[in-house]
Ligand binder design. Structure first.
Ligand SMILES: C[S@@+](CC[C@H](N)C(=O)[O-])C[C@H]1O[C@@H](n2cnc3c(N)ncnc32)[C@H](O)[C@@H]1O
Length: 205
């Protein structure tokens, strides 16, 4: 992800291959973006944070759902990804910041919507990242994640985890993220599994 070639081909080639690898056949990039925006209830003047935004393939779409002073901020650790995002996916409602999601450089309760798609299974400290996402989420805001999902059948989960570990990817179970959101006092927790992916969203009162 810190390679300029991966950054250049990510949106058109790398992610579609990844989507197929997750068993998400038939899910177009546009449909996935629309579903993410729906989970986050994007509209108007909202401040939106897209954690681990890659080349801004979701961030710019999120920005297009906003108006007035609304802004979608894409945040990523990779210099080539942020450079690509600024080239391909910048707009008056989409901006980019580079940094480590384990220490988000934003005040508590800054954002009306926070998401992290296709990254928590890659980062070394995914739960620190989720804690940071919850810290910057304002009252009344929504959070959405997309990450890996392993079968509840123990031998299948073990086989998937072993395979994933060899390529540096972590497989999560069904209960982990809903439990974190519940413990954080979030409500309206929705989870959908598709292939080896899971989508979890929630609302902060
Ligand atoms: C597979 S891409 C996901 C891009 C986009 N969210 C999507 O759904 O297509 C994963 C991204 O996570 C970023 N990343 C990995 N570790 C990170 C960290 N600690 N802080 C911020 N971004 C990180 C990588 O640079 C990469 O751009």
């Amino acid at each position: 992800m810190i390679n300029t070639i991966v950054a250049a081909i990510y949106e058109r080639l790398w992610r579609p291959v990844g989507v197929a690898a997750f068993g998400l056949y038939g899910l177009s990039a546009q449909k996935e973006r629309e579903e993410a925006a729906e989970r986050l209830r994007l509209r108007g003047n909202q401040q939106v944070l897209d954690v681990a935004c890659g080349p801004g393939n979701f961030t710019n779409f999120f920005g297009s759902q906003l108006s007035g002073d609304g802004i979608a901020v894409g945040f990523d650790i990779s210099r080539p990804m942020i450079a690509q995002a600024v080239r391909d996916n910048r707009s008056s409602h989409a901006a980019y910041v580079r940094g480590d999601a384990r220490r988000l450089p934003f005040d508590d309760a800054t954002f009306d919507a926070v998401c992290c798609y296709a990254a928590l299974y890659l980062v070394p400290d995914p739960f620190v990242v989720v804690d940071e996402m919850l810290r910057v989420l304002a009252p009344g805001g929504r959070i959405a994640i997309m990450t890996s999902y392993g079968s509840e059948i123990a031998p299948i989960h073990a086989a998937l985890s072993l395979g994933a570990k060899t390529i540096g990817v972590r497989i999560f179970d069904r209960s982990t993220f809903p439990a974190i959101f519940t413990a954080a006092g979030l409500v309206d927790i929705k989870q959908q599994t598709r292939g080896t992916a899971q989508y979890v969203s929630a609302h902060r009162l």
